[in-house]
Design a protein around this ligand. Structure first.
Ligand SMILES: Cc1cc2nc3c(=O)[nH]c(=O)nc-3n(C[C@H](O)[C@H](O)[C@H](O)COP(=O)(O)OP(=O)(O)OC[C@H]3O[C@@H](n4cnc5c(N)ncnc54)[C@H](O)[C@@H]3O)c2cc1C
Length: 293
């Protein structure tokens, strides 16, 4: 039997940061608790101090300015998906959030918890990565902003120090001439995490060629897979099936999927390229949605 942990319920961010600073690695944050509880019961999380973030006031806003959608870390996934600011400025994200788990989980799970959990089969990180989202972080001395691609470092591992807390996610808003989509491939039940998830965004130039493309894949790598150089090479090309297939093949070749109970490594690699092609076709049509593949 492990010793019971001390429970802390700070009401302000300053109080929470002071507790994290005092207890360092022996303290763990719990927000919605949907992932934390499972890991804790399985003995995969150890802590002498559990710091609940749910008593904090604030950090639940979802708002947009001309450049970005900003989501507070304690905003519930369900609230973010339904917020007018999300649906208007980041429709693919709003739609992708509706594919997360089920409404009971989404009513409790927070956006901060989703990114901080760093699960390679989570859906939102695909869209957030493709949109170049930035994670805002605070500690007792100040804070820093980290692009999601630097924040997520490995399977279930982030760049957060023990005394740091995620306060929100800033998601740049794409111009109206971008189209996008998120495809979620399930290999088990309808409410499961993704086996492979693909977020794709595409911008048409006035001459019909491609002015920009973004592709991020989850489930196929420890962290969302993005290949900026491959994306850059796509610019100026006709958005044809051949060009989509060539880009998808580069992603499949770069992937290093893990085998788990949602699929073998070879299965994941095999389905990745056709899924990317399908996602790019939808993005080119400007569907701006998220669907099960
Ligand atoms: C049945 C079920 C099905 C699911 N299906 C899906 C799915 O289909 N797609 C999907 O994407 N996800 C899925 N999830 C995962 C779910 O989205 C996450 O569990 C949830 O988003 C985590 O948020 P939380 O607030 O509950 O975090 P918690 O469980 O409270 O915390 C998760 C981790 O993040 C840390 N943490 C939390 N908040 C912060 C913060 N602000 N700063 C620093 N660290 C923090 C905690 O210490 C912990 O390590 C599923 C979960 C369940 C239980």
């Amino acid at each position: 039997m492990r010793a019971p942990a001390a429970m802390h319920r700070p009401e302000t961010l300053e109080e929470l940061l002071a507790i994290l600073r005092e207890h360092g690695d022996s303290a763990k944050i719990v927000a919605g608790g949907t992932a934390f509880t499972i890991l804790w019961k399985a003995g995969l999380l150890q802590a002498e101090h559990i710091v609940s973030a749910t008593g904090l006031h604030g950090l639940t806003d979802v708002r947009a300015d001309d450049e970005a959608l900003t989501v507070g870390a304690l905003a519930r996934v369900r609230d973010v998906e339904r917020a007018e600011a999300t649906r208007r400025n980041s429709p693919v994200l709003a739609s992708a959030l509706r594919l997360v788990a089920n409404v009971r989980v989404r009513n409790v799970a927070t956006m901060g918890g989703n990114v901080a959990e760093a699960d390679y089969t989570s859906d939102p990180p695909a869209v957030l990565s493709a949109l170049d989202a930035v994670v805002t972080i605070r500690d007792k001395d100040g804070g820093r902003d980290l692009p999601l691609r630097e924040f997520l470092v490995d399977y279930f591992e982030t760049a957060l120090r023990p005394d740091e807390f995620v306060t929100g996610v800033r998601i740049p808003i794409l111009a109206a001439d971008w189209g996008g989509t998120y495809l979620k491939l399930l290999s088990r039940s309808a409410e499961d995490r993704t086996c492979i998830g693909v977020a794709a965004f595409l911008q048409h130039a006035t001459d019909g060629t491609c002015a920009g493309v973004r592709v991020a894949v989850v489930g196929g790598n420890p962290v969302p897979l993005r290949l900026p150089e491959v994306e850059r090479q796509f610019v100026g090309q006709e958005p044809s099936m051949e060009a989509f297939a060539a880009l998808a093949a580069e992603y499949a070749a770069a992937a290093d999927p893990v085998a788990d109970n949602r699929g073998t490594a070879s299965y994941r690699r095999r389905v990745m390229a056709p899924l990317i092609v399908r996602a790019l076709r939808r993005a080119a049509r400007g569907t701006n949605d998220a669907v099960f593949a």
